[in-house]
Ligand binder design. Structure first.
Ligand SMILES: C[S@@+](CC[C@H](N)C(=O)[O-])C[C@H]1O[C@@H](n2cnc3c(N)ncnc32)[C@H](O)[C@@H]1O
Length: 255
């Protein structure tokens, strides 16, 4: 595939899941050279940017989500090295993070053990095929997080995942969804060589409107309301012209 074909604009192109999984497997080659945070937040040649983004997102998250002094049951889908678990441990009755990468889950488990955070649980599962009754913690959850995972899923799997999130949440439960988006148009990277990460990379940057269509098609808005739909980073933390990070927050409406 030549350079041009590996950046696909507009038209929908399916992602190759095997290639994406192998990209995440290969991130373990960077252990030791990069901080665990950079394994999933990238910026291999400017690791400090990932740290700044992590702090910014954490602060924004706490501005958006009111914990009301209640300890929560939290589910983090595609949790990577568990960064949300460590940010939220003091607010969690139980936090369950799952990811299909054994490497990332092992890193997360080891850190939780070292820090004696017994309320953090991690599990190896796929976001596209997990069954609700396989989860180590039983629903309902008060808070569900998906951060930077739908960019690796095809539309049909995003819709199925949204439906599952709605089922998994308690009444008044909150769903924080943060994804990279295409600013003006959809962009699919298909085995695109990333100079930053020195490897091929695949992901889809949907537009905000395309995310809204997926949300609509999932029908979750029958039981949930969209309370926030906004950009995450100020321009100084965004280093791309065509893409940006975007937040959607939902609340399950009590019946
Ligand atoms: C960009 S990282 C984000 C990690 C974490 N959510 C965070 O905010 O730090 C994307 C994560 O999604 C995971 N992932 C991608 N596709 C997945 C799938 N189908 N099932 C489970 N995990 C997946 C990757 O292994 C990786 O840990």
């Amino acid at each position: 595939m030549n350079h041009k074909e590996s950046r696909i604009y507009g038209n929908k192109a399916d992602l190759d899941y095997a290639k994406i999984k192998s990209f995440f497997e290969k991130r373990k080659e960077k252990i030791g050279y990069l901080q665990p945070l950079n394994l999933t937040m990238y910026q291999d040649k400017n690791p400090e940017l990932a740290i700044q983004r992590d702090i910014f997102e954490k602060n924004r998250f706490f501005e958006l989500i009111n914990f009301q002094n209640k300890k929560l049951k939290i589910l983090d889908i595609g949790c990577g090295v568990g960064r949300w678990g460590f940010h939220l441990s003091e607010f969690a009755e139980i936090y369950l993070g799952f990811d299909y990468s054994t490497t990332f889950i092992d890193i997360a488990k080891q850190k939780a053990e070292e820090e004696n955070l017994t309320n953090l649980k991690f599990q190896i599962l796929s976001a596209t095929s997990f069954q609700i009754d396989e989860l180590f913690e039983k629903p309902p959850f008060d808070l569900a997080i998906i951060a930077g995972v739908m960019a690796y899923l095809n539309d049909v799997d995003c819709i199925e995942l949204l439906k599952k999130v709605e089922i998994l949440l308690s009444n008044n439960g909150i769903f924080y969804l943060r994804e990279p988006i295409g600013i003006e148009r959809r962009l699919t990277l298909s085995d695109f060589y990333s100079d930053e990460m020195e490897t091929e990379y695949s992901a889809v940057y949907r537009t905000i409107d395309e995310y809204l269509v997926l949300i609509d098609e999932s029908k979750i808005l029958q039981n949930m309301k969209l309370t926030k739909n906004e950009a995450l980073f100020p321009s100084e933390l965004n280093n791309r012209k065509e893409t940006a990070q975007h937040i959607f927050v939902f609340e399950k409406v009590s019946k």
